[in-house]
Design a protein around this ligand. Structure first.
Ligand SMILES: [Zn+2]
Length: 270
């Protein structure tokens, strides 16, 4: 294996929620803190996903990626409820630096299969950019999880079969619903980020249960070709998410693919 790729990272220095999670996970929420954490865990590359909030948006995240000496690729976040055209213009102007587009239904009140998202999908297809769609549980209370059910991704995936989609967080806790969407649609992938929550009284049991849920999803899909490693740092710890992958009831080939090869080919990360 060439080394681990963590395909789901955040670094929004202005976000109080992120600082809170970093503290709970005993992580240093700085570029240096992230890069050192990656090095210590033999993560050779990461995908830094811009926040939809002020302060950690596309410009800021792209600059952090620029300063990472090639360690962090950049994914731009688009908010379909704001001026989509100008956001897509930003991506187009920085095309060579953008590895993916992220949408955050749930955090923002829209369904991914709403027609307001169509221009984003059409652009993504024209530039062969994978689209990462937030699914499942959210880190903030004002979010509305009904928008984030993974079943909404099926409509998008079947309408745009040529677009590569990543279901972020494997639909958590609707893991088997996500598994069905992945099994049915060859263009759909999933990352296993953000599934371990600091502060639980049952953290160790949670890792075990989560490993068995991910394993069940992979057994249902039939292989792990489209399952991608990501931690969602600083919301979850990188080391514990690697431990989670090591606990999966799957073959060594599939484990290696999850930890690096799958993300490498999907996002073109060399
Ligand atoms: Zn995330």
């Amino acid at each position: 294996m060439k080394g681990i790729i963590d395909a789901h990272l955040h670094l929004n220095l202005a976000s109080q929620v992120m600082h809170e999670y970093a503290r709970k996970n005993k992580q240093t929420l700085t570029l240096q803190g992230l890069l050192e954490g990656m090095r210590a865990r033999k993560v050779r590359k990461g995908l830094l996903i811009a926040s939809f909030e002020e302060g950690g948006g596309n410009q800021e995240s792209m600059e952090l990626s620029d300063r990472s000496h090639g360690k962090l690729a950049f994914a731009a976040t688009v908010n379909p409820l704001a001026d989509t055209k100008s956001q897509l213009r930003f991506i187009e102007e920085n095309r060579s630096k953008v590895a993916a587009i992220k949408l955050t239904p749930g955090y923002l009140p829209f369904y991914p299969d709403d027609k307001t998202c169509s221009p984003i999908y059409e652009y993504a297809i024209s530039r062969r950019l994978p689209v990462i769609i937030h699914t499942g549980d959210t880190a903030t209370r004002q979010s509305k999880v009904k928008y984030a059910h993974p079943l909404h991704v099926d409509e998008v995936a079947s309408t745009y079969p040529e677009m590569k989609i990543v279901i972020a967080h494997l639909g958590n806790p609707w893991t088997m619903d996500a598994a069905e969407v992945i099994y049915k649609n060859e263009n759909v992938h999933a990352d296993i980020s953000g599934l371990l929550l600091a502060g639980s009284n049952y953290y160790e049991q949670q890792i075990k249960d989560t490993a068995s849920r991910i394993s069940e999803a992979i057994h249902y899909i039939g292989d792990a070709k489209r399952i991608i490693f990501g931690s969602d740092w600083p919301f979850s710890r990188i080391d514990d998410t690697i431990r989670l992958v090591q606990m999966l009831d799957i073959g060594e080939d599939d484990r290696d693919k999850i930890l690096g090869a799958n993300a490498s080919s999907l996002f073109g990360l060399t």
